[in-house]
Design a protein around this ligand. Sequence first.
Ligand code: NAD
Length: 471
Amino acid sequence: MNKYEMVINGEVLNSKTYKEVKNPASTTSTVGLAPVASSINLHQAVQSAHNAFQQWNPSEDSARVAACHDIATVISNNAEELAQLITAEQGKPLNGFGSRFEVNGCVQWAKHMASTSIESKVLEDSADSFIEQRRTGMGVVASITPWNWPLLLGVAHILPAIRTGNTVVIKPSPYTPLSTLRLVQLMNDVLPKGVVNVLSGGDDLGAELTKHELIKKIVFTGSVATGKKVMASASAKITPITLELGGNDAGIVLPGSDISSFIERLFWGAMMNSGQTCAALKRLYVHEKDYGNVCNALVDLCLRNPVGDGQLETSTLGPLQNQVQYEKVISLVDDAHAEGANILCGGKALNGENYFYPPTIVAEAVPGMRIVDEEQFGPALPVIRYQNLEDVIAEANNTEFGLCASVWGQEESLLREVANKLEAGTVYINKHSDIAPHVPLGGIKSSGLGVCFGQEGLDSYTAIKIFNSAR
Ligand code: NAD
């Protein structure tokens, strides 16, 4: 069985303890063994990153640009191995919006980071003073990632951190640690020792990492509940944090829209990665005039995209990643059904030792049903009927979440008007679930704190340093 290892100070480190990582498409098979870090390992990793920071932060900008290019190359050269590993541990298909897409996203992300610049500016150039604002790395960044897009989110945390002079200790989700362990091993082929370190272990390891005294910045992607704990932990030393948390993204289809022009994008906006995407469409509001047509078109797409083992080249949708998520989706759909929703397709887990759940359309869903009010994070889309546009905008906004939202249709001025009124960090028009390294992403309300990606995301890994000189 393949054993994966932590990398600390550029060295592969054997662990005393290992844990099996299961394949969600076949829960009786083990993908590999992941090390379980001890508190001593954690301290070694943070200390090594702290030591590396002393050389990395003052290094030439060109050296850090070159490192981003080298990382892009090393990921690209090992793309198929990484994609196979993601599919095996996470479940998403190799093809479509699956693991090859994810690995290619990592390559593009790293290349984009190489093209960024860290801005300094002159604030005053007068007879009295020359005042300049520069940006500097902060120190050791603790990166904590979830299980849905393990490699892409790891790259999206690590690359801006090291681009701006920081060093990193990353802790992936205990459900999907293997691809990140391998990624960091590959990165260490092209980086100075200690710049990027990886630990694996349980939730307790994440908590311990956020409390370590040498951590100078925390970047966390995961659930709201854990985000709150990370924030509490960070408050002890006022450690800067970026929190990218959950969402319950609403989409509104404008009355009388030409559905055929966008229905496929809408379907994938909800179902990509079997709905296990933070910025996925999670509840859809459709005017009563179009309700039947939209539901029928969605059912048709569900039937054309059955779930299957991600390792089959033909699969476009894979299983749910873990048992907790699987049971959550089952219970949300069952509850909605019991409360009067009409399950148009799917709605029943597949038999066997796996977490397969088919794409499901929950019609006649209404607010108050858990599947409408909560983040389902699965391939079950509630479709809610509406009569009045103003009412439905208020309904879409009536949530603790504010990650993304979308509006669909053709009437440009109305699309803009509705987009203006939707409360979310990102409002998509005729698309959903589209992220890019040059576009800031951040949630409002409980969906997060700060932004990642874009220039603002890059800046969030820096401290402003003012050089204020007398003339
Ligand atoms: P999770 O919060 O359970 O776990 C995320 C990570 O936090 C894991 O590595 C976990 O081990 C670690 N962790 C757990 N307890 C911790 C603690 N007390 N202190 C520090 N770390 C701790 O989330 P998940 O179930 O892995 O991921 C799904 C959630 O992530 C969904 O809510 C989804 O919307 C969200 N998500 C958000 C984004 C975004 O960009 N906004 C992206 C992907 C996923």
